[in-house]
Design a protein around this ligand. Structure first.
Ligand SMILES: [Fe+2]
Length: 289
């Protein structure tokens, strides 16, 4: 498992530190809470991620300019710091989950247990991935909402001065769709969220939504998962991701203003190769402080 760190600044009043996880698929969930705290305590930051951040600084500046043009009176742009080594992760303000905590109608209890235990310890916000939207059993759906976690189903909340949104997967078919295109998300919600004023973080399970639906919107930070790092990684590139196909574009790291988490699950059918699971820590600090 890798622990990676991103540092942003924005037009907010108080520094916030988030843990960002994705794609548990009900597996390893007993250890995840333990690992979240171990990573924060040991401050294990991969060097490759630091390099990634520096490489993407220019991209993000372009994105910032675009956001600024779209929103002249609202100076809530991102600013990625080049100094990525945190002195400490001394406090976790909230846990953000970009979907696929559960796996399916048969394999869901462990995911619910995790949601329950993590949300008792930290404020927890969770968007819905394709493995949650596939579940048709209303009892299980009710149980997802009955944990302490805030489920952001095409919805948003204000948390410590930051607007947290969750874009739900557009996939509602129970059939396994490995090669087909991901159905579109709720475009009305995206527009509504984009028009809000304030520092905005959007949990959006599918990274393949980025180019077509999200990158030109007025959103500071987008957090995605789903691609599982491309399952097998060679030359810093993933091999396959559902919804993107072979040699997918978005699998791990930062692309413009989107971070793609490699997720936490170990697949039984296709083992991960050169592709460690990941817990991400994100700090957003006020400008000039
Ligand atoms: Fe997924």
């Amino acid at each position: 498992m890798q622990f990676n760190y991103y540092n942003f600044s924005g037009d907010i009043k108080k520094k916030q530190t988030f843990v960002f996880i994705s794609d548990l698929h009900c597996r390893n969930s007993e250890q995840v809470l333990e690992k979240i705290e171990e990573g924060a305590k040991n401050k294990i930051i991969s060097q490759s991620q630091n390099k990634n951040l520096n490489q993407n600084k220019n991209n993000n500046n372009n994105s910032n300019k675009r956001n600024n043009n779209n929103n002249n009176n609202n100076n809530n742009i991102n600013n990625i710091s080049a100094n990525n080594n945190p002195t400490a992760i001394d406090n976790i303000d909230a846990v953000l989950i970009a979907g696929d905590v559960l796996h399916n109608s048969e394999l869901y209890n462990e995911g619910l247990r995790f949601l329950n235990s993590v949300s008792k310890k930290y404020p927890t916000f969770c968007s819905l991935g394709n493995h949650e939207t596939r579940i048709q059993n209303q009892d299980i759906i009710n149980k997802i909402y009955n944990q302490n976690a805030v489920i952001l189903n095409n919805d948003y909340v204000l948390f410590n001065g930051i607007i947290l949104g969750g874009l739900t997967s557009g996939e509602h078919c129970s059939r396994f769709r490995m090669f087909s295109k991901t159905p579109a998300p709720d475009l009305n919600f995206i527009n509504k969220f984009s028009n809000l004023s304030g520092y905005k973080i959007l949990l959006s399970h599918h990274p393949e939504y980025y180019g077509k639906y999200l990158k030109d919107k007025n959103i500071n930070l987008i957090l995605s998962g789903h691609a599982h790092g491309g399952q097998w990684r060679l030359f810093n590139r993933g091999f396959f991701a559902t919804g993107q196909g072979f040699f997918p574009k978005y699998t791990s790291g930062m692309y413009g203003n989107m971070i793609v988490n490699r997720g936490l699950s170990h697949e039984n059918i296709f083992p991960r190769i050169n592709n460690p699971t990941e817990i991400i820590y994100i700090t957003v600090s006020p400008f000039n402080k």
